[in-house]
Design a binder for this molecule. Sequence first.
Ligand code: SF4
Ligand code: SF4
Length: 392
Amino acid sequence: MTRSRRSFLASGLALPVVASATRSEQAPPAPAKPPSFAKARSSAPELRYKVLGKTGLKVTTVGFGCMITSDGSVVERAADLGITYFDTARGYQTGNNERMVGAALKKKRKEIVLSTKSGAHTKEEALAQLDTSLKELGTDFVDIWYLHAKSKPEEITDGLIEAQQIAKKAGKIRFAGVSTHSGQKELIPFLAKNPNVDVILTQYNFSMEPFMNQVIDDAAKAGKGIVAMKIMAGGFRRPQPGNPVYEKLKRDGAMLAALKWAVRNPNVHTTVPSMTDMDQLDENLRACSQPFGAADEKLLALQLDHIRPIYCRMCGECAGQCRQGLPVADVLRFLTYADGYGQFALGRERFLELDAEHTAVRCTECPVCTVQCPYGVHVAQRLIRAQDLFAC
Ligand code: SF4
Ligand code: SF4
């Protein structure tokens, strides 16, 4: 592990614990009536709330990233248990995800914060996508509408910002946001200064560089709501029988430790871990109330070593290095969908959306790989796996 990332991981320990720390954090409001599912459980989860920047929206510190969820009953149960923030996108599961989420949350629409995203490149296309999203979600408005997966300031075009303003005036969205997987060092400070942006949804986890805390702190101080995704640093829940490191990580709860690590940052207002089943939901809810401790820190250091050869942080440092022009970080992200989150179809779907010249590349034909990853990812090996798995 590099010294900087060790210190980033350790820096989490210096943050105040969630239960007592933040001005924006508030005691949970007394529900008008107990959630229906919670009544059937022996102990209801102890939820925590924060205010999502200047939006004023009160959200649970653990939200729900619906991207890979197919089972609507998991979403429904999460809402019954009191989770208030749910995130989807027009593009997830080729549009089917919005439909599932809308159906699952229909009875709770007024009690929850719902966000979706558009990956459109023009104002007209974005507004048309929003209308489709609202129809699929079965609602007249979404609370937050993100411009999806932006990496550079120049991708935040005047046309897209105008689309968000038009949608706001029409009452179709309450707040405007931008989501980002990479390029945060430059992009988040840019977004923090933009008065039209209310919420930033960013990749944020224990594997990242220390600058992330700084840009998030500054953006939160500027009043932006901060939502963290990709908290599990690639997931990698796939069973590896006989691997003692993996078995220890799983047994001791590395994924829960990762979520606790993110939740404890006072400037991260909510998080959107992916959840596909009831066990994951139950585990993640524990992060609301359990403090991050020394055992968690040790576990995350071990997890970081374990995932080093396979986990791409999407830092972008290798951009332009591939002699064949491959978008390396993108392909590695698609592979993570399959290997880390068990979502083969999603990974392949994204891979096949690449330009034909990129899907045709075979790393096995290169005499030497020109891509150097400073974090130790075995780039050529991982890309060969992606090509084996996904290419036609
Ligand atoms: S492969 Fe390495 S250098 Fe390239 S984006 Fe991923 S983490 Fe960064
Ligand atoms: S091995 Fe793959 S990633 Fe490396 S230079 Fe060749 S095509 Fe690019």
